[in-house]
Design a protein around this ligand. Structure first.
Ligand SMILES: Cc1ncc(COP(=O)(O)O)c(C=O)c1O
Length: 402
């Protein structure tokens, strides 16, 4: 199915608004809604712990691991189901037996979902954090050189994003992972803005851990995500949290302390999960893979990203942050002379949804496969109109954080 009109009908928010904020949360589809409704009704009416409800959930979980495995060209045994990107990064970061004076290299384009766990490592274990300053205009070679320069014999791991959530730039992950391997450093990747947005071959990239969200480019429910752990690196990541779901089978433990973890990344799964989330995630993945088509999705995201990049540059007051078009589905920019948060508020009044960021304090547009060129034209026309207004005419942004 590459019929955009039909896809947009199935994602109603895309018809109600110019929804350009998938980097935060993707639009939900009728496939997702129907599955959530059906499984909630089933559990409500038939009871959760009755009949084959549990077996069905396990089937959905197996299906999700297999489908995500195909998306990233990896065996399903490398995939653990998590609650979000942050969850995956925490599992990986806390999986090392850190000693005081060990070093973690990370960068200034990371999200707090990865950085705050790193700061806890510093607080709890005396880990030294080496921060690599990545700027918007750095070339791939410069990025790799800076990361390699920060590695010392005490470096145990690198925490790095595949796509920088603030700049929209795609980092040269294959080269970065190769540098890590050369120095015996584990690569732990924040995939919040790359998973389901760009084609992925994780074994070829050679990363050790790759933490993915469900709610962004995959357009799934919040509370879903996945963590890839390279088979060869599995034994290097210890289990910090464990439970029923971490075991090979429910019988694989006794009171002497014997237990048998699941042979693959599934060992990082812990306890009960909301069943409708699993069914809806499986249904959603099926729709993406079998009906919409990944190749078309990735191509469309890249084409729209290029279109936004080009169109934004027709506005004289726009200063791009993103270094080049179509490295991801994100484009960041400043509207010179206008307060960034107020621009977001004004666009919201016009039914256009984008977001602003803090570091740098800029605007960010996300383009999903369901967006239309008309969504982008509307954004551009409205930004152009904003440049005819006095800055104080824009509405104040009301923060949800009290
Ligand atoms: C790069 C990056 N990392 C992590 C996160 C946090 O995502 P999650 O809520 O899936 O943990 C986000 C969300 O905006 C992000 O953009």
């Amino acid at each position: 199915m590459t019929n955009l009109a039909q896809i947009r009908q199935m994602m109603p928010v895309t018809e109600a608004k110019a929804y350009l904020n998938t980097g935060t949360c993707g639009p939900m589809s009728t496939v997702l809604r129907q599955s959530l409704d059906e499984s909630l009704a089933y559990d409500f009416e038939h009871g959760r712990a009755t009949g084959d409800g549990f077996a069905k959930m396990m089937d959905s979980m197996t299906d999700i691991r297999a489908r995500i495995g195909r998306m990233v060209n990896a065996d399903p045994s490398t995939i653990a189901l998590t609650q979000h990107t942050t969850n995956g990064m925490n599992i990986a970061l806390f999986g090392l037996n850190w000693q005081a004076g060990d070093e973690l290299v990370t960068t200034t384009v990371e999200h707090e979902g990865g950085l705050v766990p790193a700061f806890i490592l510093r607080q709890r274990y005396g880990v030294i954090i080496r921060m690599v300053d990545i700027t918007a205009t750095d070339t791939d070679v410069e990025i790799v050189t800076k990361i390699e320069a920060a590695i010392t014999p005490r470096t145990r791991a690198l925490l790095v994003s595949h796509v920088a959530w603030n700049l929209g730039n795609r980092l040269p992950l294959g080269e970065i992972a190769a540098v890590c391997r050369r120095h015996h450093v584990l690569s732990i990747v924040d995939a919040a803005q790359s998973f389901a947005a760009i084609p992925l071959d994780l074994p070829a990239l050679g990363v050790d851990a790759y933490a993915m969200p469900g709610q962004k480019w995959l357009c799934g429910p919040e509370g879903t995500g996945a963590l890839y752990i390279r088979t060869e690196s599995l034994s290097l990541f210890n289990m910090s949290f464990a439970g029923f779901f971490s075991l090979k089978t429910p019988m694989d433990w006794d009171f002497t302390g014997h237990f048998m973890p699941a042979p693959g990344a599934k060992r990082f799964e812990v306890g009960s999960i909301y069943r409708p989330l699993m069914h809806a995630t499986a249904a959603n993945l099926r729709w993406f893979e079998e009906e919409v088509g990944w190749e078309w999705i990735y191509g469309r995201i890249a084409a729209l990203s290029t279109y936004v990049y080009e169109q934004l540059q027709t506005i004289p007051q726009v200063e791009m942050v993103t270094r080049a078009p179509a490295e991801s589905g994100l484009n960041s920019f400043y509207l010179t002379g206008y307060d960034t948060a107020r621009v977001v508020a004004k666009l919201a009044e016009e039914n256009i949804v984008i977001r602003f960021l803090g570091h740098p304090y800029c605007l960010r547009v996300s383009t999903g496969f369901y967006n239309s060129e008309a969504d982008i034209d509307k954004l551009i026309a409205t930004l152009r109109h904003i440049t005819t207004l006095a800055p104080e005419e824009l509405p104040e942004f009301v923060s949800p954080f009290k």
